[in-house]
Ligand binder design. Structure first.
Ligand code: NZQ
Ligand code: ZN
Length: 385
């Protein structure tokens, strides 16, 4: 196991009806900006519940944070936060709204060109406004971590940043708030959480049995509940498990003390930046091919994954690795998330531009061994045609 320093300060308030606790969670004299996306927060009634819970506080609203939130939109929020002297932010939505709120929280107090936050991966953030979240889409883990991803539309660039200053103060996780999700977003959430675990688990053995077994438990839970989430949209217990699994998949716990990969995510970001695919769709396209391309380096962990997650007992190490990758791809397809570029009307002719995007963003040595080059990523995309 590697050395690590694990500190997660986010309070999780979990369960039906917990939005009412906002009154106790948000400072009573706060000037609050509530940030949300398109229509869903209002039409599902969640926004109304939130404003009712905030009571007599001075409330300002900022809507229209789009999926894969853009720098351009978020800078409009930053201007309003500064002009209206907002001192507390509240995100109501999925990963895009929470990520966007993290950026606004840091950018509002940032001195200098706010795009530098992304260019330096958040290393230049030394303070941020406090904020909380009401989660409506279990997927990204943003509700309990210090990362976010922002797209600058004018540059067709999607970049991540992280900072200890952008952990949410609290996140409210009410599983009933997910009942209104369309099947596509539920499936996206299952796939995204699954790939988050894989990025931290499927590397090489690091003598970290606790992290391994936590990860295997999360993966098996997703395999078990994924289809139930689609079949029974209002099954509270199933949605509760999905919510907690997705949070646990990326709150720093399973990634402590182990090598991490993240090449699938970085290549996936290029697909979203250039072709506007959903985040989870990009992962479903890239992960199976990424594992096939890097099968030799990942063989020990692939065999462990095959045996412990998919209960495979037959065959050679290589056969188990192959079969486990096939199972992974079939699982994504069974959730309705397509795994080939052609499924999204993309082909060989789009690959050059995607690889150029990676290079432009300095993504030249990805993966747990730093050996995932743009050339290797090209082969990964060719496998996904
Ligand atoms: O815009 P509205 O109308 O609100 O609709 C949203 C949106 O269109 C809808 N939705 C959300 N909750 C709903 C609902 N519809 C009905 N009922 C509800 N309860 O869902 C759509 C997608 O929402 P979005 O927030 O974009 O999805 P997701 O949570 O998957 O977030 C994706 C973003 O998170 C980033 C991704 O790159 C992407 O930009 N990620 C953030 C991470 C992090 N902070 O750690 C890690 C991830 O790897 C990921 O990169
Ligand atoms: Zn993700």
């Amino acid at each position: 196991m590697n050395n690590f320093d694990f500190h997660n300060p986010t309070r999780i308030v979990f369960g039906e009806g917990k939005i009412a606790q906002l009154d106790a969670l948000v400072p009573s004299n706060a000037r609050v900006m509530v940030l949300f996306g398109g229509e869903s927060a209002r039409s599902t009634g969640t926004l109304g519940e939130v404003t009712a819970a905030l009571g007599k506080r001075d409330i300002h609203e900022f809507s229209d944070i789009e999926p894969n939130p853009s720098f351009e939109t978020l800078m409009r929020a930053v201007t309003r936060v500064r002009d209206e002297k907002i001192d507390f932010l509240l995100a109501v939505g999925g990963g895009s709204v929470i990520d966007g709120t993290k950026f606004v929280a840091a950018a509002a107090l940032f001195e200098g060109d706010e795009w530098d936050i992304l260019l330096q991966g958040g290393g230049n953030i030394d303070k941020a406004l406090p904020f909380g979240a009401v989660l409506t889409l279990p997927a990204t883990g943003s509700e309990m971590n210090q990362g976010a991803v922002v797209t600058r539309k004018s540059l067709k660039t999607k970049l991540p940043f992280r900072s200890q200053h952008v952990f949410p103060k609290f996140s409210i996780l009410d599983p009933t708030k997910t009942f209104t999700l369309p099947p596509r977003q539920v499936a996206n959430g299952v796939v995204d959480a699954f790939v988050h675990v894989m990025e931290q688990y499927l590397t090489y053995p690091a003598q970290a049995p606790v992290q391994d077994r936590f990860s295997e438990g999360l993966l098996q839970t997703l395999i078990e509940i994924g289809p139930q989430c689609l079949a029974e949209p209002e099954n509270y217990q199933v949605r509760a498990s999905l919510m907690w699994t997705a949070t646990m998949a990326l709150n720093g716990l399973i990634g402590s003390g182990v090598p991490q990969d993240w090449a699938t995510h970085m290549l996936g970001h290029e697909l979203t930046a250039l072709h506007n695919l959903d985040h989870a769709q990009t992962l479903a396209i890239v992960l199976p091919s990424m594992l096939r391309e890097r099968k030799a380096a990942k063989q020990a962990k692939l065999v462990q994954y095959a045996e412990r997650v998919w209960n495979m007992t037959e065959g050679s190490a290589e056969q188990k690795a192959d079969a486990a990758i096939d199972k992974t791809q079939a699982f994504f397809e069974s959730m309705g998330v397509k795994t080939h570029l052609a499924d999204y009307q993309l082909g060989e002719e789009h690959i050059d531009e995607l690889i150029d995007g990676l290079k432009k963003n300095g993504m030249n040595k990805l993966g747990e061994n730093g050996d995932v080059t743009p050339d290797m990523c090209r082969r990964v995309l060719q496998r996904s045609l």
